[in-house]
Write a protein that binds this ligand. Structure first.
Ligand code: NDP
Ligand code: GDR
Length: 337
């Protein structure tokens, strides 16, 4: 019998890579999709089979992390071997504008899912997408023993999800784990996160479609890895004999400014000619420096990051240049001035 998994957030960056990984391993993958007035499945369209196909290995279900009853019904019916909770309002800056919504979906949503697993009486392994944002103001390097000091409603919500996961493990003996993942990016990264915003702008500036890039704090330090490698770490955590929590990171640091320099230089552009400051992109409280120590994941999961920040920037710039060129060849493109 092949294994089955349920992924919340399957339409997001990580959900799409994880679905690909699990399908390649022979899993039946169930994805939770929230209803939208426009198509929101662009990242998984290439692996989706329509409802009329027989023996579908990727099946989508409408539900929402704010709807606990729907989660219980889904879990009771599907009885998946593994559940990956990747769904979230995941944008840190936006969480200051929508703090209660973020707390509800990103924090309480994790608890609703854990409770749905417990209430439906199934035996399933649960992965919670915890975040380095939980460390916030705690100085680097951060590992599994570093105390949390979140600096945003998003970070606070993730701390709630983290401890709810630990609590369900301790209270009910559930196989529930936290992956504390540091920033990870890819050509599928949402366009408003800083790396993708930069690489998309580089491609559009090179093509003459944009002439400025407005950014906020260029001094923030992040540990940026490559998303396809990080979803492999998630899967490894659920294959262990015992449930535990793991930091996943590259261990290498770069500032936003360094990422900008690398990305523009890769396209033969001088970044200072195009990048301008806009205070709109500053956060009320910032996370200055995140640099992860993933030695536990290396020792116990056999996991190690191979793509580091400079290669990552090049991968993303190349993909965005290709994307713009495909758009120019086939369709109308909006010109931002
Ligand atoms: P994305 O923002 O790309 O994807 C988020 C997913 O959550 C989307 O599928 C989105 O659906 C879904 N979602 C949003 N609100 C709800 C809701 N109310 N009910 C159900 N689903 C919902 O995030 P990533 O793929 O980058 O990240 C995956 C997870 O990992 C998130 O929980 C994030 O917080 C966490 N994380 C991410 C890191 C990173 O660097 N990428 C680092 C550490 C943790 P839709 O497509 O319809 O918007
Ligand atoms: P982050 O990612 O907040 O680390 O959360 P983001 O890319 O949004 O910001 C990284 C850093 O860049 C600075 N910055 C800007 N950020 C954005 N988005 N836009 C800008 O114009 C800009 N200018 C400067 C930010 O201030 C920040 O310091 C991501 C998300 O994926 C979370 O869900 C995840 O949990 C963490 O990574 C780990």
């Amino acid at each position: 019998m092949s294994k089955s998994a349920l992924i919340t957030g399957v339409t997001g960056q990580d959900g799409s890579y994880l679905a690909e990984l699990l399908l390649a391993k022979g899993y039946t993958v169930h994805g939770l999709v929230r209803r939208s007035s426009s198509f929101n499945t662009e990242r998984i369209d290439h692996i989706y089979q329509g409802p009329q196909e027989e023996n579908r290995s990727l099946v989508l279900h409408h539900a929402d992390l704010s709807d606990g009853v729907a989660l219980v019904n889904l879990l009771r019916d599907l009885r998946p071997d593994e559940v990956y909770n990747l769904g979230a309002q995941s944008h840190v800056r936006v969480s200051f504008d929508a703090p209660l919504y973020t707390g509800d979906v990103t924090g309480l949503g994790a608890l609703r899912l854990l409770e749905a697993v417990r209430a439906s009486g199934i035996s399933t392994r649960v992965y919670q997408a915890s975040s380095s944002e939980m460390f916030g103001a705690a100085p680097p390097p951060q590992n599994e023993s570093t105390p949390f000091h979140p600096r945003s409603p998003y970070g606070c919500a993730k701390v709630f999800g983290y401890w709810s996961t630990v609590n369900y493990r301790e209270a009910y003996g559930m196989f529930a784990v936290n992956g504390i993942l540091f920033n990870h990016e890819s050509p599928r990264r949402g366009e408003t996160f800083v790396t993708r915003k930069i690489t998309r702008a580089v491609a559009r500036i090179q093509a003459g479609l944009q002439d400025r890039l407005y950014l906020g704090n260029l001094d923030a330090v992040r540990d940026w890895g490559y998303a396809p490698e990080y979803v492999d770490a998630m899967w490894r955590m659920l294959q262990c004999d015992e449930p535990d929590d793991y930091v996943v990171a590259t261990g290498e640091a770069a500032t936003v400014r360094q990422f900008v320099e690398t990305a523009f230089a890769h396209a033969g552009l001088e970044w200072a000619e195009y990048v301008r400051y806009d205070p709109k992109y500053e956060r009320p409280s910032e996370v200055d420096a995140l640099i992860g120590d993933a030695s536990k994941a290396h020792d116990l999961l056999g996991w190690k990051a191979s793509v580091k920040v400079e290669e990552l920037a090049r991968i993303m710039v190349d993909a965005d240049i290709q994307h713009v060129s495909d758009q120019l060849a086939g369709a109308t493109v909006r010109i931002d001035r």
